[in-house]
Design a binder for this molecule. Structure first.
Ligand code: ATP
Ligand code: MG
Length: 402
């Protein structure tokens, strides 16, 4: 798949962008703070309906547009897939500002960030739909210098990673994930009430069943994904590191920490989950929170049995994160039969020449790759020959000649 056209209105520092995107490799050069990451963020948003960096959608609307009576930010993309063409649109509509603040940008921004009302409207092929219907229409794999935190950061980052990748390729996963979080919220509320003697433990059984039903699917799919990623990542890692140790990935489930690896099935996972809930019940009531399930699982990375999240050097963590991302692209291709779009945000400058040339060779296999850079010196001239070059300056993008 590839995006043929992108248009942005009042998105971050892009007041108005209309850009025809070439297939294959696009390199976007720009100094700091010109809009490189914002451009890739826009595509990520169209793929996942969420921003990779901000939790508040209000931050996405261009500051100067907040002076408008009704601030609107709009992202649109035309996409060519193997069997169909798509048009995607995501619009955010803010709240009209208080006129007494109209002259003060800071007050305007504060009022916009406080505004309870941001309406998100999504259209696929012109038809209004929910976020859940947008996710998976296009698949993206992002590469950024922050990827290293997947290896060494908090477990929540790794769970989020597993959820984003799986949700992009499996709509059932996405639905079950949403349901799981709703059930978890209800169950936690009930546990709290039981702890305060405002409800009885017998009321838990309904929510336990719901939790097991939705959560088991998530765990099994995560298991499958991790096994697939491991296969590719091992090969890529061996090449990137010059065979310095064998990489392995382990999905650690909170329901059965001692379990060995292997293909788990839904039924046996559900049984193990039910047993774990039973064993944890008293503790859960005492703490007023659900202690087992996919929201407590983790993904760990090992080289020759050493946990690299805890003991790895930065270089080791970086090599693994790169291997993981390249494996992720292969996973998406296998799952969907379509090439994902690769978004590389200024990653080359952090790599040594061996890793850099491996990276360039690997990404060149994909149908569409958007790479940003402050400086083109890190690119191999032969690679640049294959690419279409652009320059971004203060939210405007123009072609750049070789
Ligand atoms: N809502 C917004 N409205 C207007 N400008 C914004 C908004 N959000 C972010 N910006 C600005 O957009 C500019 C470009 O940001 P971006 O992160 O894309 O820079 P970049 O080119 O990736 O820079 P770097 O090389 O430092 O990573 C920044 O100066 C940022 O302050
Ligand atoms: Mg940036």
């Amino acid at each position: 798949m590839h995006i043929t056209h992108l248009s942005l209105t009042n998105f971050r520092n892009y007041v108005s962008l209309d850009l025809a995107l070439p297939p294959h490799i696009m390199v976007i050069q720009g100094d700091n703070a010109q809009g490189k990451s914002n451009l890739l963020e826009a595509i990520y948003l169209l793929a996942t309906s969420k921003s990779p960096r901000s939790t508040s959608e209000k931050e996405l609307i261009n500051w100067s547009a907040l002076k408008d009576e009704i601030p609107v930010c709009r992202l649109m993309a035309d996409v060519q897939k193997a069997r169909e063409n798509l048009s995607l649109e995501l619009a955010l509509r803010g709240k009209a500002p208080n006129t007494s603040q109209a002259a003060d940008p800071l007050a305007l921004w504060q009022s916009a960030t406080k505004a309870a009302f941001i309406h998100k409207r999504i259209r696929v092929n012109g038809v209004v739909c929910r976020a859940i219907d947008l996710i998976g229409q296009i698949n993206v794999v992002t590469f950024s210098v922050q990827d290293i935190s997947i290896i060494g950061g908090e477990p929540a980052l790794r769970r989020r990673y597993l959820d984003i990748v799986n949700s992009q390729v499996d709509t059932r996963y996405l639905r079950q994930l949403q349901r799981y979080h709703r059930v978890l919220w209800q169950r936690n509320r009930l546990l709290h009430q039981i702890g305060e003697n405002r409800a009885g433990p017998d009321e838990l059984s309904f929510w336990d069943e719901e939790l097991v039903q939705t959560g088991s699917y998530l765990m099994v799919q995560r298991d499958h994904m991790v096994a697939a990623l491991e296969q590719w990542a091992q090969v890529i890692h061996a090449e990137l590191s010059g065979d310095q140790g064998k990489l392995s990935l382990a999905y650690l489930r909170s329901i059965d920490k001692e379990r060995g690896k292997g293909d788990s099935q839904i039924e046996e996972t559900a049984e193990a989950f039910t047993r774990s809930l039973r064993a944890a019940q008293n503790k859960e009531i005492a703490q007023g929170i659900s202690l087992v399930g996919p929201h407590r699982d983790d993904l760990r990375f090992f080289i020759d049995e050493v946990d690299i999240g805890t003991f790895g050097s930065r270089g080791q963590q970086r090599t693994i994160s790169l291997s993981l991302k390249l494996a992720e692209a292969k996973f998406m291709l296998r799952e969907t039969g379509e090439h994902p779009i690769l978004l590389l945000d200024d990653v080359l400058s952090e790599l040594d020449s061996h890793r850099r040339s491996h990276m360039l060779r690997s990404v060149a296999e994909y149908q569409q790759v958007l790479m940003t850079a402050t400086d083109l010196v890190h690119f191999d001239p032969n690679f640049l020959e294959q690419a279409v070059l652009f320059r971004v300056r203060q939210g405007c993008i123009e072609p750049l000649s070789h």
